[in-house]
Design a protein around this ligand. Sequence first.
Ligand code: DX5
Ligand code: ZN
Length: 219
Amino acid sequence: MAKVLVAPSILAADLSRLAEEIHRVEVAGANWIHCDIMDGHFVDNISFGPDVVRLVRKETNLPLDVHLMIEHADHYVPRFVKAGANSVTVHVEPKAKHDVLKTLQRIRNAGCRAGLTLNPETAFETVESLFGKFDILLVMTVHPGFGGQPFRADQMEKVRRAAEWNKRSQDKIDIEVDGGIIPQTARISVENGANVLVAGTSIFQSKDYAKALRELRGE
Ligand code: DX5
Ligand code: ZN
């Protein structure tokens, strides 16, 4: 089985001590830092923008995994690349108001890994024709916008179908799950074929980040 990577979502961190939080998860064994960008339009919440990503970049050498829950992602991609993103993930839904294929190409051309994601109610078929054009499939296991929601096990079919694609194809993608990830749902996700776990609440609300990460990896 592929190594399981954990990407703490700083949405759940104490933003008044952001640098310290990043150092703590890095020491605890985080593999990537997940940055949730929300614009109040594509999702009903507003988080932070490229300036905060730039601050995160200064604090760590870990890959920065930027998840854009915004309209017109194509317009903003260059700013997040410049801020230090290593991967940029965009939504496939029409509500995101961009040319998805062009945006994915734009991300790759900028030297970043391209991620594609879909909401729980969006069918897997929506991303199927784009396989080969992105490096990470992010399967939302909650409706995006807020941390702390319960995991939706019905999304595991998408994870399995992506894992089947990986078996058939020479290019392997990362299969990432996001939302409601706790040790039990981490295990379910990995059993179905996920290899990257995004977790906010279950890490940052715990007292011992290293223990939280070990438990998510099933160690
Ligand atoms: C949801 C975000 C997630 C979220 C995960 O809109 O994309 O990354 O912060 O948070 P938890 O782990 O609290 O469900
Ligand atoms: Zn996210």
